[in-house]
Design a protein around this ligand. Sequence first.
Ligand code: FE2
Ligand code: FE2
Length: 325
Amino acid sequence: MTMSTATLDRETDVAVADEAAFATMLGRLNKLSVEKHFDAYVDIAWDDPDLALTPGDPRLHLPPSDPIAATDWYQALRPEERSVVAAYRFAACMRIGWHFENILQRGLLTHAFRSPNGASEFRYVQHEIIEESQHTLMFQEFVDRTGLPVRGMARTWRFLAETFVFRFAKLDPALFFIFVLGGEDPADHLQRSMLKDGLDHPLVERIMRIHVTEEARHLSFARHYLKREVPKAGRVRRRLLSISAPLVMGLMARMMLEPPSDLRRHVGLPRSVAKGAFRTPEGRQLRKDSIAKTRKLCRELGLIDRLSTPIWRALGVWDDAPTVA
Ligand SMILES: [Fe+2]
Ligand SMILES: [Fe+2]
């Protein structure tokens, strides 16, 4: 029997009270990783002419859930120009996505390297590394086929990630898994919204569908890991987590959702338009909604209090009327 993505989502509500329940959850994720996994070069028909990637192809356009699509700037473009913007936007998301996944894999490898014999999560962590590796192959193949000079993560982000994230993986795995959710939650939310809108280009659609299917397991693991670990943390560590969580979520949501500077330069998108698109009520709501599941988890774990709420607000990721209750 296979488990649907929706079922995995509902798992976030399952209390992981002890190691046995955690092991049961891992057993389900391990089984799914074996039964329902994808290979970048087996499960995508890259050379099917229908899947060809040509900037200018009218099947490439920004879906309505992307705040850039609603701007006057985008609306005023000719269809061929919109297509180039969309191709760059998808390619940029994919390259930033695999840069994040590369850091995630290295953190998971660090976690696995330090696992003792018999560690319950060892096998699943390795499954996840393999899946992220396939995602990286699929994303970069897409980027190369567009022929567009997308940069990926900004240099400052790469420096910060390479300097701090692996240390978190060693010193405080809970903080590392908050970072993991900071990347995976907004990307997953955006991809699900785009799939719901409908993507006309079959290659973009296929890649996003594969990714959303496998990410459901990764998100489930990170949430359950935090449910198991955070209750064990002492007062100082909890305080550190409660302050770091909104900072990580606020900054990562921006990185995963907003158009990077190389995209703006390549397609002539004014910075004011790009920034303005995320200051509209819809743009602000997208940012808040994109991390809603993690915010809810942090609340359940007691990581949101009088001291940390202003940080969530300041970073634009607090919601007084959340859609995920
Ligand atoms: Fe991934
Ligand atoms: Fe993932």
